[in-house]
Design a protein around this ligand. Structure first.
Ligand SMILES: N[C@@H](CCC(=O)N[C@@H](CS)C(=O)NCC(=O)O)C(=O)O
Ligand SMILES: [Fe+2]
Length: 292
């Protein structure tokens, strides 16, 4: 999958301590074209207020580096933070993209939230829907999309040059893997997706979407295929599918829902946009009672 002519992309990570999310600016040093992966719109759930501090940090970096943003990439419809992609598109340009199976996620959550009849479940809120194996460009860099479901049905890994943005599949070796208990999640499917990621060349740089700092260690977001294969506490080489599924299923039973799952999914299924305002001009989020 790495074609040799590719240079390393320049990768800059931005860590959001409120949601333990890492957003990335991925740039081709030759042409200064760039993609932003998994941006965060800050959200104060107590006040129902969004803020753009995290997104403005990305914008300042992009402008300081004199980059042109071609893509606003989402690895999946996040359940723990709101996407800032529409805000970044307004300020920087770029096309908002996600995996084509977002349609499945939209169908599921249209029902959960009893969304307005006009809420489309064909992914049209996004500028582009990626298929497994599809190629795309960031300047002279080639990206290849891998569909890596399991955490959600639409999860993607973006392989760009010698780097892979793996979303919620693997975490750092000392934390393990993503949960599989959201609607449409499946542990056996995640195991197979992870084996695909781990079949990339051993030196491939892997960039995490989250780091939950086990044992209180300093935050880290970059590792390699070789390190994950040698030491991931859930799926290092030698751990079989049945063993993984048993572990993952047992662990998922112990996890609380992410603090922001209900706000996040309602916004992210709309490519980061707010629900249509009520007749007073205000957008509202719903809390389905006793449903999830
Ligand atoms: N405490 C966090 C939990 C977030 C969470 O559930 N993260 C997902 C990824 S969206 C996960 O896979 N966690 C794995 C785990 O904790 O085992 C929150 O409330 O936001
Ligand atoms: Fe996630």
């Amino acid at each position: 999958m790495l074609t040799g002519v590719e240079t390393r992309p320049d990768v800059k990570g931005f860590y959001d301590s409120a949601t333990s999310t890492i957003s990335y600016v991925v740039a081709d040093p030759e042409t200064r074209r760039a993609a932003i992966v998994d941006s965060v719109l800050d959200f104060d759930v107590k006040a129902g207020r969004t803020r753009t501090k995290s997104a403005d940090d990305l914008i300042a970096y992009v402008k300081g580096q004199r980059l042109t943003v071609d893509w606003l990439l989402e690895t999946h419809a996040h359940a723990d933070h709101l996407s800032a992609a529409p805000y970044l598109k307004e300020k920087l340009g770029g096309r908002i993209a996600i995996g084509e199976h977002i349609k499945t996620v939209q169908q599921t959550f249209k029902k959960v939230f009893n969304a307005e009849p006009g809420f489309a479940t064909d992914g049209r809120q996004f500028d582009h829907l990626f298929k497994d194996g599809e190629k795309f460009r960031i300047g002279n860099l080639e990206g290849v999309v891998m569909h890596t479901p399991g955490h959600t049905p639409a999860c993607l890994t973006y392989v760009i040059g010698n780097s892979a943005f793996i979303g919620d599949t693997l975490f750092m070796p000392d934390y393990g893997t993503a949960r599989c208990d959201f609607p449409g999640g499946d542990a056996a499917t995640l195991y197979r997706s992870i084996r695909r990621v781990l079949s990339l060349p051993p030196e491939t740089r892997l960039f995490m979407c989250h780091d939950y700092q086990p044992g209180g260690r300093p935050v880290k977001w970059q590792t390699t295929v070789a390190e994950e294969r040698a030491g991931n506490i859930h799926v290092r080489d030698g751990v079989g599918e049945a063993e993984f599924v048993a572990m993952r299923t047992a662990r998922d039973k112990t996890l609380e829902m992410p603090v922001l799952i209900l706000p996040a999914v309602q916004i992210n299924m709309r490519a980061g946009r707010f629900p249509p305002p009520d007749d007073n001009g205000v957008s509202y989020l719903k809390l389905p009672l006793n449903l999830l």
